[in-house]
Design a protein around this ligand. Sequence first.
Ligand code: NAD
Length: 500
Amino acid sequence: MAQIPNPVLHFIGGRFVESRSGGRFISLNPATNEPLVEVADGQAEDVDRAVQAAAEAFRRTSWPGRPAERAKALRRVAELLVERGDDFARAETADTGLPVSQARGQARRAAENFRFFADLCEHQAGRSYLVEGAFINYTVRKPVGVAGLITPWNTPLMLETWKVAPCLAAGNTCVLKPAEWSPVSAALLAEVVREAGVPDGVFNVVHGFGETAGAPLVAHPDVRLISFTGETTTGMEIMRNGAATLKRYSMELGGKSPVLVFADADLDRALDAAVFGVFSLNGERCTAGSRLFVEDAVYDGFVERLAERVRRIRVGDPQDPTTEVGPLIHPDHWRRVMGYIELAPEEGATVAVGGRRPEAFPDGNYLEPTLIVDVENGMRIAQEEIFGPVLTVLRFSGEDEAVRLANDVKYGLAAYVWTNDVRRAHRVAQSLEVGLVWVNSQNVRDLRTPFGGAKWSGIGREGGEDSFEFYTETTTIHVALGDHAIPRFGAAEAPGEGRG
Ligand code: NAD
């Protein structure tokens, strides 16, 4: 396995450094809850140092102005991520409890993020507008400056690179604040970025807690934009804190995504996708299909097969390549998820499968994959994000009810529709109040497409050109080609002038 750095330090101006205060905190191994690493505990003074390093790199290096250089360095980052993919995956697994087979997939995606945005940055073009031969107006896109990137603990490497790659490709410099429960991948990423020849100060990392390291980054006057992924309530707090310095925001927030299975669907494929969609990544997945709606006519048979599959999911050591569900990230999160499972019978629902700690795993944050039935859409378990291996099942009768129930929730990140009626598929997909719909498909992402949520699930879109839209400033330049009319204020004869 890759040497996991210990202690995990900040990365500022091209060097790994302790906090000014010397403070550290401990991050746990989710499979045992034994300490895994000590981590530098960043405070406002460390954030300030990192922002200064980033601002200096923006002013003094060629990074913002040389797309070809940027593309070359970022492609090198991608190559190194591919070469060390297995090491990254094993380290991420030790840090987060993500099953290693799935962490490998995430490491491949991390490399693709760099390769994709490196290519895109070389193909950026402005727009031009010719005005009747009198003007040529055109746009240029410029990097914005120092970006603050704040990421959550679920799939940290993939989500960090999802922000870092387009941010740097667009010519910005950045300070990344990874989640306190998953600091390791950002430290490994810093090593790779340095080795790839990205100039010192372009990429910086400050570790620490939300209130003490994240909040000063948001409030810092020299940080121009914040790309945040995390809980909706944190996003709200960040928008309040950044108001005084007028930040630009991209907000990728929580979800409670519906899966709609119509009676005419390919039920075998729908079953595979429904199970994978909520139990992969330990259920700690923003786009998890955590509310399953099954049409009346096929409900009983489908739920019976579903229960059988959920019972047979392999829970185990996350470093074992055959494990399908590993331990949750942290004991606090385990208790939060258990709290929802305990709430289910109080609300009148039934825990049909799972719902307990597996007997074979007395330590660590293991939880049986859980299926809850007899659910009503108004229950908290059907409305609030549980963010664990828990699926709530509801029934519907007909298309109108399916759409009404699916939309009756504050969140609007993703939805999955299963039907073989092509007209209904489009009708339903277009009626859902979400940022992303998959039809007869599991969650397969194309990096060119916009990604983001509606309602409580976010503001703005990232991905492909939309990422460049967010990470750049557009200047429109208007050039006169001839002598157009210019009103001549003050050129008229003054009253009394020229008389007499
Ligand atoms: P979180 O909101 O608790 O923390 C996210 C990050 O914000 C962490 O780095 C944390 O330290 C930081 N933070 C906390 N308070 C802050 C503050 N006041 N100022 C600045 N930074 C602060 O989220 P989490 O529990 O780490 O992650 C899980 C959540 O992320 C879920 O709600 C999930 O749906 C969401 N998520 C969304 C997407 C998406 O693309 N929409 C993707 C992944 C995860």
